[in-house]
Design a protein around this ligand. Structure first.
Ligand code: TRP
Length: 335
């Protein structure tokens, strides 16, 4: 049981494709770490995925993959809840309420829509992409969330959620908790194998649960410069080290940096060391993940139990908003 004074951590991750190491370091790992001090509500953002996903098999697969990923890294469903966004339909009603306090101008600055607009393609963007930050605000506000652990790219959306909460509270009276984003500064930008930010849209990611052999192949594909093996290298300007530092111990990292500076140590060696460090961390979780993915009925039960818990909070908070707006059913004075 969570005491009413426990602060709640809430986050979601969009279910499009398999999660990569950027998702793991930026959001999954810090979100799970908050279990120690917070009541945790984490969900698979399948309503958000619908802005682009058109295949129901992929929709289901990514949902299960993401839920299994959280569980494999130690998310304890008895501690908080892991659930599917679409199992809490109240969130779409709250989205409408918030749509009536947020302005077009604010949404036009939302980066998902803005980048579409910058390519001259705004007219072809679906409305869901434009309204993406409103749905996300509803996700956050409907659980009385205090902290929202997110990757850097989602900070703007959390700021917008704060603004919507304050605006609604201003118009209708104190209703929502005003949430705060939590970003891990040390993992601001995780490079992909080509050195650009690791992102699904660049296809430069390293998926978390690649089979060991594929994981190694992917590590070997990381782009490095052409400094010859014998020459000293700058560890602070290299993509392999930039990833290694998140998975190696402090001693291992210091050791690798020293070898870079000394020369006689090639990028190939560094890539193998990276693979070893990754495998050490990901290997055991991969086993759990595969077990979970081979028993979807159990996974489904976990998701449904999570939804039940989350939904009871959502109904209460959404009911509070309905009341404040004046959607009461019980007879009240019209003043
Ligand atoms: N937009 C997030 C992503 O792309 C997913 C998300 C949806 C989310 N709703 C949220 C994250 C609420 C934090 C809080 O992954």
């Amino acid at each position: 049981m969570t005491s009413p004074t426990t602060r709640r951590s809430l986050s979601g991750i969009k279910s499009t494709g398999s999660p990569h190491l950027g998702n793991y370091l930026g959001m999954i790992r810090p979100a799970i770490a908050l279990q120690a001090t917070h009541d945790t509500f984490y969900f698979v953002a399948d309503y958000h995925a619908l802005t682009s996903e058109r295949d129901n098999v992929n929709m289901r697969r990514s949902t299960y993959e993401l839920a299994a990923t959280f569980l494999a890294f130690g998310l304890d469903p008895s501690h908080g809840a892991i659930f599917r966004q679409s199992d809490v339909p109240e969130v779409t009603e709250l989205t409408w309420f918030l749509s009536c306090v947020v302005t077009m101008g604010e949404l036009e600055r939302g980066h998902a829509y803005k980048s579409k607009k910058d390519t001259g393609d705004a007219g072809r963007a679906v409305h869901g992409l434009f309204a993406y930050p409103v749905l996300m605000a509803a996700d956050i506000l409907i659980y009385d969330s205090h902290v929202v652990p997110v990757g850097k790219d989602q900070v703007q959306h959390v700021e917008m959620a704060r603004d919507m909460a304050m605006r609604f509270n201003h118009h209708f009276g104190e209703t929502f908790v005003v949430p705060e984003a939590q970003v891990n500064e040390t993992v601001m930008t995780i490079p992909g194998i080509d050195g650009r930010k690791m992102s699904k849209s660049y296809d430069n990611g390293i998926d978390i649960f690649l089979p060991a052999k594929k994981l190694k192949q992917r590590c070997m594909q990381i782009v490095t410069d052409s400094t010859p093996l014998e020459a000293p290298k700058d560890p602070d300007k290299d993509n392999v080290v930039a990833l290694y530092k998140h998975f190696a111990t402090a001693d291992e990292l210091a050791d690798m940096k020293e070898k870079y500076r000394a020369g006689g140590y090639g990028y190939g060696h560094a890539k193998v060391a990276l693979y070893d460090a990754l495998e050490r961390r990901l290997g055991p979780a991969r086993e759990t993940y595969e077990k979970l993915m081979s028993d979807l009925d159990t996974l489904e039960d976990i998701l449904l139990a999570g939804a039940k818990k989350a939904r009871s909070v959502a109904q209460e908070v959404n009911g509070r908003a309905r009341e404040k707006i004046g959607f009461n059913r019980h007879p009240v004075s019209l003043g």
